[in-house]
Design a binder for this molecule. Structure first.
Ligand SMILES: Cc1cc2nc3c(=O)[nH]c(=O)nc-3n(C[C@H](O)[C@H](O)[C@H](O)COP(=O)(O)O)c2cc1C
Length: 208
């Protein structure tokens, strides 16, 4: 039941306590959770930017339609996508070889299949696939936050181009997809006291 208790505890925090900060260890746990997230083919087409600088967080507010969470949270995790091309796929296989010592002839069929597949994909398709991976990281991070009793607010409500410009992401080949402010809920955040709104479980799930 602990998992359910944790998921009941979490909520999309609307007001953070701007006096409370997460420790380096807490942030490190989130960073590791991000990097341990499973991704399609293991290609990890995402990157994480951890924003703690107050001036930068303040500047994010207007780019997030005035949502104050980004300024008041201890840190804002910016989930980004990185473009995946054939070179990137090749690099991945070099990494597998280095870490697992897997012989080339074992890797070759999978490597050929992936490089062929990515060279044939339209850019839109690759972008959508990469974004899907960022959402898996978001889910994983939110769950780990709940386990660690760290408050968070998943956010799609922001202007990605402007956030990219603020953080200098374009020149690194990155695009922001999601924000996750993390920290501690303010005692007077009225949303923390509200009942969860969810459809009845029997409507949502079928057993076959
Ligand atoms: C992908 C995604 C994007 C969201 N974007 C925002 C947002 O921009 N601002 C916000 O206050 N909440 C945002 N939310 C929070 C949802 O409104 C919230 O998770 C939902 O109402 C369920 O409530 P709960 O998370 O408190 O249980 C987002 C949630 C998700 C999963």
């Amino acid at each position: 039941m602990k998992s359910i208790e944790n998921l009941q505890w979490r909520y999309a925090t609307k007001k953070f306590d701007n006096y409370k900060t997460l420790s380096t260890d807490q942030l490190e746990t989130l960073v590791q959770a991000f990097n341990l997230t499973a991704t399609s083919y293991g290609l990890q087409p995402c990157r994480l930017i951890v924003v703690q600088n107050q001036e930068v967080k303040d500047a994010m507010v207007e780019k997030a339609y005035g949502q104050r969470q980004v300024a008041d949270a201890s840190a804002v995790l910016v989930l980004c996508t990185k473009n995946v091309d054939v070179d990137y796929v090749n690099e991945y296989f070099e990494l597998v070889k280095k870490i697992r010592n897997t012989p080339d002839e074992v890797l070759k069929p999978f490597k050929n299949q992936l490089t062929q597949s990515f060279s044939q994909k339209q850019q839109d398709e690759v972008d959508q696939w990469s974004k899907n991976q960022a959402y898996i990281s978001l889910g994983n991070l939110m769950t780990v936050c709940a386990q660690e009793r760290i408050d968070s607010c998943p956010m799609e409500g922001f202007l990605p181009d402007q956030i990219d410009e603020l953080l200098g992401l374009k020149k690194q080949g990155l695009k922001s997809v999601l924000l996750l402010p993390v920290g501690y809920r303010a005692q007077d955040d009225m949303f923390s006291k509200m009942e969860k709104v969810r459809r009845p479980q029997q409507e949502m799930v079928q057993y076959v």
